[in-house]
Design a protein around this ligand. Sequence first.
Ligand SMILES: Nc1ncnc2c1ncn2[C@@H]1O[C@H](COP(=O)(O)OP(=O)(O)O)[C@@H](O)[C@H]1O
Ligand SMILES: [Mg+2]
Length: 183
Amino acid sequence: MKIITGNPGTGKHTITKLVSEKLGLDVIDINKVAIDQRLFKKKNGTLDVDVSKLKKIIDKKVSRDSILVGHLAPYVISSKNVERVVVLRKSPYKLQSIYKKRKYTTKKSLENLGSEILGITYYDAVHQFGKKKTVQIDTSTRTISSTAKKVESVFKKTKTSEDTVDWLQLVLKKGDMQKFFPY
Ligand SMILES: Nc1ncnc2c1ncn2[C@@H]1O[C@H](COP(=O)(O)OP(=O)(O)O)[C@@H](O)[C@H]1O
Ligand SMILES: [Mg+2]
């Protein structure tokens, strides 16, 4: 099984579609499974997911030839059958405008931007799946097709090099800490 994860807006669905078609792999969308199985619960205006139930259901669904896609991947997949994990990254400055277009609330936007700046999804993926299997790719400096090519080569194991990402350094340099972490 292969995984594509990353914060909302980093390009997961765009890239998953291209790569799955190219490599002939099935796609399992974690959010869709959670919605179909009614595992989302409304809590203080946001949606919470029952992670332990989701984990059990996904374990049954995955096959060798599938790509699992979703920002929750590090929390709902056990590592045993995972071959490769791609974490898509995107500059917070680019993400910000995507969130504006998606009309995210300020709270949701700041939560996800903070997570991307600190690299939480990447950190959690490395923790869950191991450093060797996990490759981060910066989509900010790539076209969609070059990102897809890079992901394909990672899945085919012809390339394992990953990008260097340090959004914290970038935000500090621009003096924008207060803007992204106002509380
Ligand atoms: N190099 C890239 N790779 C993937 N998506 C990109 C890239 N550059 C720009 N995008 C854009 O990023 C936006 C978010 O992509 P999407 O697939 O919806 O993300 P996600 O599924 O992670 O929320 C889309 O408008 C997509 O076209
Ligand atoms: Mg998406």
